[in-house]
Design a binder for this molecule. Structure first.
Ligand code: TYC
Length: 103
């Protein structure tokens, strides 16, 4: 039998059937005195799919304000990006720090 419009099609309570968005996490870069600006711009372009112009703006924000958001993702993707950025920076012997925060 067809449900009335206000009735759920599932056996769950109506509130449990609501589509739920995953919790989102910001990925931030932190400023330091040693990592070259060009390296940071390339990191933001490569790992966060930003244009050269966007990446430069984000790098300058980090440089002047101490931290800046490169992107917002579900937790597993945010953690992977953070780990990839730190691993890439260490391979090049730069102290660049990358962290995540609940959005
Ligand atoms: N402060 C660095 C410099 O003057 C540049 C820099 C920008 C470093 C952003 C890290 O996340 C960073 N070379």
């Amino acid at each position: 039998m067809a449900n009335k419009p206000h009735e759920s099609n599932t056996a769950l309570k109506p509130e449990a059937a609501k589509p739920k968005l995953p919790p989102m996490f910001k990925v931030l870069l932190l400023n330091d005195d040693y990592t070259p600006m060009e390296f940071v711009v390339e990191v933001i372009e490569h790992f966060f799919n930003k244009s050269r112009e966007q990446a430069t703006q984000i790098m300058l924000k980090v440089h002047t304000e101490g931290a800046g958001v490169c992107g917002v993702y579900p937790q597993d993707i945010a953690e992977t990006k953070m780990n990839q950025v730190v691993s890439h920076a260490r391979k090049s012997q730069h102290p660049l720090q990358c962290i995540i925060e609940m959005a």
